[in-house]
Design a protein around this ligand. Structure first.
Ligand SMILES: Cc1cc2nc3c(=O)[nH]c(=O)nc-3n(C[C@H](O)[C@H](O)[C@H](O)COP(=O)(O)OP(=O)(O)OC[C@H]3O[C@@H](n4cnc5c(N)ncnc54)[C@H](O)[C@@H]3O)c2cc1C
Length: 584
């Protein structure tokens, strides 16, 4: 049966050794009261909630799905109670500013919390997943009175927000949206139009829902320059309905417990967030946070897939293995985890899960540093790196979520294909993350055209510096030189490639669009190489007898031998993308 245990030991390894986060907290006035024991206590509580409350609702939520009747949505049994427990636990306030009633903890801890929520129950966590981004968006762009009225409800969890971009004719291209906003004499707006695919657009978890809606003012220019952002509550201050109707919900392949709603706004009252016609800039604050969250969905799926595949591979016995581990007695049939093909898959699952965790938490840590590091240059560079890495986190992590769920399903053989073992649910649930929140193709374009070519390679140079720095440190540590050398070579190769890509992009304007997907995958693999080179090096800090010490070194060895060669293929594909693609 499917189960989930939060990987607290590895989370601690990343916080304490890979990131040396407690050092950074000590240096930062915002987090000086936080230390490792306190951080671990928070994660233990989060683990208790995820394992004890959410994981048991994962399969039942998938079976029941959501129900729609007369504009009302009922979530699966237990979802509303779980949300009440989440609010009572103070989880919505975790990484919100203390001055606003939050707990003032780092986004790094929030990333660990999110990983656990998504791993244990992706569908349920869709309701809460937007809240931190909405908080940031309102805090950054909302008028003071709007913040005063609505931020406390988001921070306490009394209301849940949504993100309303998509319309039937406007998906990836929000510039095509038609929803209208008419200014009113009292400074508010009346919004009319239809939105499609809105996660948590209607539900029974909270009484009020705060919709963040993109719409056009009457005199707005065409396209994405004419879009403004509005806050439109489901209920107004006295509790009266505000003309937002849920017309139906989608019947989907996965995340069935998450209500994906069609919403109709019928002269609903709303208020501008940020400047008129600058709605996309305001929304980007929310979308960047949401993209990190979606990447963490990928990580959560890889982790759940890895745990369940490992457990099954230990129980299921088929044929004798060519080799047994020391002390393994000969039997008529061995556990399938002894067979080299299955060991190969299990190691890929482990290398991906632990590698993505280090990188995902690093980006969250960079966001903390971008806000709170005492030195301005460090703040600026942390921000630049986090911006560069965000599309990679979104797209590479979610690709891996689906790929590793498929790998895990293979470990289950035929049982993986039947509903009872629920690994097929992981495969179905993980698929959507490659599509929403800016599809992975849009992320690839964003990475190569805006984040790499757009700034003349400056942000990318910061990433290369990280690779070189790690290679330099690893070269001096016993047992790690074998990882340091390929990492240093990779940094040189990437630098050379980006130089070529810049040139080819000048000669052929379509070229970077053809190369973008392979370039993003190449960056993702390079980040995993950084993750494993550093994991191997800092694992030397663990005591001699700690099994994690040997496991990290062995997994790093596996990654560099078996997975890193994919880099060559991606580099060749980026170069080969100079060849024209036929129109079909
Ligand atoms: C379960 C679910 C939940 C969702 N939740 C929300 C939500 O809460 N709020 C919200 O606003 N929306 C939400 N969405 C909508 C989601 O964000 C869109 O589906 C997504 O942006 C893609 O838009 P589309 O479906 O119209 O596909 P299209 O934009 O039509 O794209 C179709 C294909 O073409 C590709 N493509 C399009 N343009 C380009 C390009 N320029 N370059 C390369 N490839 C391109 C895409 O990558 C994709 O593969 C949700 C969708 C689903 C299914």
């Amino acid at each position: 049966m499917w189960s989930y245990q939060a990987p607290l030991r590895d989370m601690q390894f990343v916080l304490e050794h890979w990131l040396e986060a407690p050092e950074a907290w000590r240096r930062s006035p915002a987090f000086e009261a936080l230390d490792l024991p306190l951080a671990l206590q928070v994660l233990e509580q989060a683990a208790r909630f995820s394992q004890g409350v959410l994981a048991p609702l994962n399969a039942s939520g998938d079976r029941q799905g959501c129900r729609w009747a007369d504009g009302q949505v009922s979530t699966p049994e237990g979802f509303a109670e779980a949300y009440r427990a989440y609010v009572e636990g103070g989880w919505p306030a975790l990484a919100c500013a203390e001055a606003l009633g939050g707990q003032g903890l780092p986004q790094l801890l929030d990333a660990a919390l999110q990983e656990m929520l998504y791993a244990s129950n992706h569908a349920w966590a869709m309701y809460t997943g937007i809240a931190h981004g909405a908080y940031l968006c309102l805090k950054t762009h909302g008028a003071p009175w709007l913040q005063e009225r609505y931020l406390p409800a988001i921070i306490s969890g009394a209301s849940l927000p949504t993100m309303c971009l998509t319309e039937p004719q406007a998906g990836s291209d929000v510039g095509l949206l038609r929803c209208r906003a008419e200014p009113q004499a009292d400074g508010s707006y009346r919004l009319s139009g239809s939105k499609l695919f809105i996660s948590g657009g209607e539900h029974d978890l909270t009484d009020n829902i705060l919709h963040l809606v993109l719409a056009r003012l009457p005199d707005a220019p065409e396209g994405s320059r004419g879009i403004s952002l509005f806050l439109v509550p489901k209920r107004l201050e006295q509790g009266q309905d505000n003309g937002v109707r849920c017309d139906g919900i989608e019947h989907k392949m996965g995340i069935k417990g998450s209500a994906t709603c069609s919403l109709v706004f019928d002269a609903a009252q709303g208020w501008l967030v940020g400047e008129a016609n600058r709605g996309l800039a305001a929304m980007f604050v929310m979308m960047n946070s949401a993209r990190l969250h979606v990447g963490l969905q990928g990580l959560g799926h890889v982790e759940a897939a890895w745990q369940n595949a490992l457990a099954y591979a230990g129980e299921r016995q088929q044929m004798r293995a060519p080799l047994r581990p020391a002390g393994g007695a000969a039997q008529a049939a061995d556990p399938i985890r002894y067979h080299p093909a299955m060991r190969r898959v299990l190691l890929e699952l482990r290398a991906t899960s632990e590698g993505l965790r280090a990188i995902g938490y690093w980006v969250a840590h960079l966001l903390d540093q971008a806000e709170h590091h005492p030195e301005p240059l460090a703040r600026r560079q942390a921000d630049q790196l986090a911006q560069l890495l965000t599309p990679i986190i979104k797209a590479f992590f979610t690709e891996q979520g689906f790929r590793q769920a498929s790998n895990a399903l293979q470990v289950f053989g035929g049982y993986g294909y039947v509903a009872e073992f629920a690994i097929e649910q992981t495969l179905r649930d993980s698929r959507i993350a490659m599509i929403y929140e800016g599809s992975n193709e849009i992320q690839a374009n964003d990475l190569l055209l805006r984040k790499v070519l757009g700034d003349g390679g400056q942000g990318f140079a910061l990433l290369l510096e990280q690779l070189r720095d790690e290679a330099g440190q690893g070269a001096a540590v016993a047992g790690c030189a074998g990882f340091a050398r390929p990492l240093a070579d990779l940094a040189e190769a990437l630098q050379g490639l980006v130089g070529e890509v810049q040139q080819w992009a000048l000669e052929d304007a379509e070229y970077p669009y053809r190369a973008a997907g392979d370039f993003l995958a190449l960056c993702g693999l390079s980040l995993l190489a950084l993750a494993w080179a550093r994991a191997a090096r800092v694992s030397r800090n663990l005591p001699e007898g700690d099994p994690l010490r040997g496991a990290k070194l062995a997994t790093a060895g596996f990654f560099f031998s078996y997975l890193l060669p994919q880099v060559e293929q991606r580099m060749t594909a980026v170069r080969n993308a100079r060849a024209a693609l036929a129109f079909i």
